[in-house]
Design a protein around this ligand. Structure first.
Ligand SMILES: [Zn+2]
Length: 103
């Protein structure tokens, strides 16, 4: 059986051991508004079609929709979740509260 590795720390995850799967879907957002242009919608569509013809369809698809699957060990999963939920705190919590420093 193929051994899995943690995406973050690279630790080998032997068959039967605990691991976590992150399944990400990155979808291009659309709010229903087309950017306004004096050239009008016809011109915009024409440009869009030109663009589509130039770009590799696989690449274009990636820009609109991409799925990524990551496998993590338990401790990396905990850190990942922490990072997603509190991205502003960083890995080390630096206390900026001046009241905590007293001499
Ligand atoms: Zn790990």
């Amino acid at each position: 059986m193929e051994e899995r590795n943690c995406w973050r720390c690279g630790k080998g995850l032997s068959p039967g051991s605990l691991f976590y799967v992150i399944h990400m879907k990155i979808v291009s957002g659309f709010d229903g508004m087309l950017s306004e242009s004096s050239e009008g919608v016809d011109q915009q569509l024409k440009e869009l079609l030109d663009q589509v013809q130039r770009v590799d369809p696989k690449e274009l698809e990636k820009e609109v929709y991409e799925e990524i699957t990551l496998i993590l060990c338990k401790s990396c999963r905990d850190r990942f979740v922490e990072g997603v939920q509190h991205p502003w705190e960083g890995p080390f919590r630096i206390r900026k509260d001046p009241d905590s420093i007293r001499h």
